[in-house]
Unconditional design. Structure first.
Length: 403
């Protein structure tokens, strides 16, 4: 998904901020991704991923693994309701409809069915039903996908109170981790850290260490962020080995933090180290591989090599279009990245073409009021003004959207 007019990887302020320029790195992405589930025997739900931006507006998609948000990804841990075959009296139909609409990226309808399922479970088993808690978490994920963070937190906290009395029914460490991510989404980093440390008391997963690193980075403490990323890296290598994609995620995170510090050569070293693992373990056509292509492109762009940056983004685009199709928010991210580079090269017609592709996807998936839609429109308007067209931007955009 597309947000803000600054390049992306994690949302960390650069130690060497030059002349007030702020860089940011995607948190994310987002979302990456369901295919990795096979590598981790856990149940997750995947929502959309928030993104942040660095100087040029390019977004970088950072891989996340399993149900944990390794950077600022969109994967949230979601316990499932009881299998209907074991409990035929329980109405899982509404929950299943929610899952179907979620799969179609119709998050508003999915939300309505998940809430309906929560009400149904409460009617049958009472307000302390763990099935109700599972439905509440699913609803929370949909609220988060719709950028309704306060509502998402309310759902998660209500579910957490239920699971706290039934800890055998859910992985509490991962629930705490998910709540922390929601506070991170809201920019409440102190509360995020509180919940991440609660999660860490239960689960020493390196993903949680990475999330703590990201939070410190968002607070501008890059040295603390670097230290926590190295902790995650050390644990992952010892637990999973050097050739495991979960370890490669920590390589990616270190690449992000060195990007923020401005150490671009070291950043590329870590990104390419992660890329070797992803291409070997997951293949060259995997979504996580595409994420690394995007990250590498961002570094080249910051080094002023826009041709090489565009080359890597185009390689990423081929993967995401195949993996998700041409109407998915993840594809919109890459369209947006390419638009920014064409704009930087002065090719405003091509830039506007890709901006429009990204914007259509976002407003069709969410709405024109979604934060990502607003930010994408702002970036597109900036490019439009550079093109020096006579027609007012809003009139031009309205015409384009009618086509």
């Amino acid at each position: 998904m597309v947000k803000g007019k600054k390049r992306v990887m994690t949302t960390v302020r650069r130690i060497q901020q030059k002349k007030g320029i702020k860089a940011a790195i995607i948190g994310a992405v987002a979302t990456i991704l369901a295919a990795v589930i096979g590598l981790i025997a856990t149940l997750i739900k995947q929502a959309t991923s928030p993104t942040n931006h660095n100087e040029s507006g390019i977004q970088i998609v950072n891989p996340s693994v399993g149900g944990d948000q390794v950077i600022v990804g969109g994967d949230y841990y979601a316990p499932q309701p009881t299998n209907p075959q074991l409990h035929p009296d329980k109405p899982n139909l509404s929950y299943s409809k929610g899952e179907a609409y979620e799969e179609q990226q119709n998050y508003r309808k999915a939300l309505a069915y998940y809430k309906q399922a929560a009400a149904e479970y409460e009617e049958i088993d009472g307000p302390a039903s763990t099935d109700r808690a599972a439905a509440l978490i699913a609803a929370g994920i949909m609220h988060r996908a719709l950028a309704e963070y306060s509502e998402a937190i309310d759902c998660y906290l209500e579910a957490e109170a239920i699971y706290k009395n039934n800890p055998e029914k859910a992985d509490m460490g991962r629930i705490y981790n998910s709540i922390a991510i929601l506070y991170q989404d809201q920019g409440d980093y102190e509360k995020a850290l509180t919940w991440f440390f609660r999660a860490l008391e239960i689960d020493k997963d390196p993903a949680i260490y990475s999330n703590i690193a990201m939070t410190y980075g968002k607070q501008g403490d890059l040295l603390e962020a670097l230290e926590w990323n190295y902790k995650a890296f050390s644990i992952a290598e010892e637990e999973f080995g050097k050739d495991d994609p979960r370890t490669a995620i920590t390589y990616n995170n270190l690449g992000n933090i060195y990007f923020e510090i401005g150490e671009y050569d070291q950043s590329l070293d870590w990104f390419f180290k992660a890329l070797v693992v992803f291409e070997k373990a997951l293949g060259k056509w995997h979504s996580n591989t595409a994420s690394l292509y995007n990250n590498i492109a961002c570094v080249y762009d910051n080094q002023g090599n826009t041709d090489e940056a565009l080359n890597w983004h185009v390689k990423a685009l081929a993967i995401v279009e195949k993996e998700y199709g041409k109407e998915h928010p993840e594809t919109a991210t890459t369209y947006h990245n390419i638009a920014i580079l064409y704009s930087a090269q002065g090719d405003y017609d091509r830039a506007l073409e890709f901006h429009l592709k990204a914007y259509r996807i976002i407003i069709n998936t969410f709405s024109q009021e979604h934060p990502s839609a607003k930010q994408n429109k702002e970036n597109m308007e900036d490019t439009y003004k550079k093109s020096q067209r006579a027609k007012p931007f809003d009139d031009w955009l309205a015409e384009q959207l009618k086509r």
